[in-house]
Design a protein around this ligand. Structure first.
Ligand code: S3P
Length: 486
């Protein structure tokens, strides 16, 4: 009963429950109890297990959670959020919005409530905003700060301070904001915003939803109509959610095939309800785990199926995966489905078309693990952006897979993996470089390799998937602290 992914298109938004949060004590104060920080500290190890089965309740979408908090803080009135990702990255966004005057609280009903200040009314944060590991928080917030008459200083962890910010500085400077940061456009960086920003028309030099969103958010409080042109469609959660908050966003296709997205300055955001679907990027980990463990049968409810996020699933279907998309719904402009994954046969290698890259930009590490267990060669190209994610993901994946005995070739922006139709040897200690997706990908591979796979540090997993360990253990995986493994 598989359906075609192309059938999963979003339609009109519908209001639903939302949750937002703040306990008044700052961004790091409400971490979930299960999967405590201690559980992820230092090295984790994954060993071969039997078939996986059960229901995997994946946490809320990270991209949508960030936006729900930010837009709620910019809105007039109350926004209620359900399904918010309670992970480190999102707590950092909540902490920053609080520091700029929004009131964010988690209720006993589990819903998060955000009492917004209205566009243009954020206050200057008194302290440096430490965004931890989160590039999305940093870049989108730079767009928001740019459009306020305030100064904010951003910093982050050892991963985030290496990541390029010039991609947002350039357009925001054109609009009238000022930046002062380290060389190469790196954090720490101060942003001085203005209430007199000018609208611009900007063609994205890299396919980036973060850059698009930063410009649109600045444009909301600029004079005139701000237009962003994108040659390669990137995730459109900002556009969908701005509409949900009552903002007019025009999207058109130009003669050359590019998309043009426009917002008029001076519009108001109205507080509303946001129902955050489960994250399709996080779902990729248990989905691939199920597919490479013969005989597995796993259901994943309420997974976001935005057409611009489902490249991994299109690719897995082409590799011969059995994934059914059931109970399809639309909520707040975002499509969702229950994924039902059954593993009957070995996946086969495929060529991933380059145009698909933006719709699976975060999924190449986990796809590489599936490719390493497949029959035949998988070719991935157009991957330059992977070099500037939480780590140099191309390098980290290639190094880790080689250490596990996988045959591969890597270029500046491509990766070719030769699968042998069976899981690789494994037996390596993987460096994760503060990258949650590298950490989880190799733990998933370790569920099938002959020898266990260990990662040097599981801490980053809590940025996006705080219940990863318990969820995988409940499905039957043998993933534990390295010294607790038998
Ligand atoms: C995101 C956009 C993508 C993605 C990131 C989340 C977003 O980054 O990799 O995890 O929420 O807009 P880029 O815009 O750099 O491609």
């Amino acid at each position: 009963m598989s359906i075609k992914i192309s059938d999963l298109s979003p339609s009109s938004p519908s209001a639903a429950d939302l949750n937002f949060a703040d306990d008044g004590a700052g961004g790091h104060s409400m971490h979930p109890n299960a999967n405590s920080a201690a559980a992820y500290q230092s090295s984790l190890q994954s060993r071969k297990c039997a078939a996986l089965s059960g229901i995997a309740r994946v946490p809320g979408d990270k991209s949508i959670s960030h936006r729900a908090l930010m837009f709620g803080a910019l809105a007039e009135g109350e926004t209620m959020i359900s399904g918010l990702l309670e992970g480190e990255d999102v707590y950092n966004t909540a902490g920053a919005m609080r520091a700029m005057g929004a009131h964010i609280q988690k209720g006993e009903d589990g819903l998060w409530r955000c009492f917004g200040r209205g566009l243009g009314n954020l206050v200057e944060p008194a302290q440096v905003l430490d965004m931890g590991n989160s590039g999305t928080s940093t870049r989108l917030l730079m767009g928001i700060v740019a459009a306020h008459p305030i100064c904010a200083v951003f910093t982050g962890d050892a991963s985030l301070i290496k990541r390029p910010m010039a991609r947002v500085m350039t357009p925001l400077e054109q609009m009238g904001a000022a930046f002062m940061g380290r060389g190469g456009g790196r954090l720490p960086m101060a942003v001085r915003g203005s209430e007199a920003l000018k609208a611009i028309t900007y063609r994205l030099p890299v396919a980036s939803a973060q850059v698009k969103s930063a410009i649109l958010l600045a444009g909301l409080n600029a004079s005139g109509e701000t237009q962003v042109i994108e040659d390669h469609p990137t995730r459109d959660h900002s556009e969908n959610m701005l509409r949900h908050f009552g903002v007019e966003v025009d999207v058109g296709t130009q003669k050359d095939g590019s998309d043009i997205i426009a917002v008029r300055g001076g519009q108001r955001l109205r507080g509303c309800s946001v129902d955050v679907p489960a994250d399709p990027s996080s779902a990729g980990f248990p989905v691939v785990a199920a597919l490479i463990n013969a005989g597995s049968d796993v259901r994943l409810p309420n997974i976001g199926m935005n057409p611009r996020r489902i490249g991994l699933y299109e690719t897995l279907l082409e590799m011969g995966a059995e994934i059914a998309f059931e109970n399809r719904t639309i909520s707040a402009g975002e499509a969702t489905a229950t994924l039902h994954v059954r593993a009957h046969k070995t996946l086969r290698g495929v060529d991933v078309p380059e145009h698909r890259v933006p719709s699976m930009i975060d999924e190449f590490p986990i796809l590489a693990m599936a490719a390493a267990c497949s029959d035949g060669t998988t070719r991935m190209r157009g991957l330059a952006e992977l070099r500037v994610k939480e780590s140099d993901r191309l390098l980290m994946v290639a190094n880790g897979l080689k250490a596990c005995g996988v045959e591969l070739e890597m270029g500046e922006d491509w990766l070719t993996i030769h699968g042998r139709g069976r899981p690789p040897r494994g037996g390596a200690m993987i460096e994760t470089a503060l990258d949650h997706r590298i950490a989880m990908s190799f733990l998933i591979l370790g569920t099938v390799t002959d020898e266990p796979i260990a990662i040097d540090d599981g801490g980053a997993i809590r940025t996006s998937f705080p219940n990863f360990l318990s969820l995988m253990q409940e499905l039957g995986a043998d993933i534990h602290a390295a010294d607790a493994s038998k």
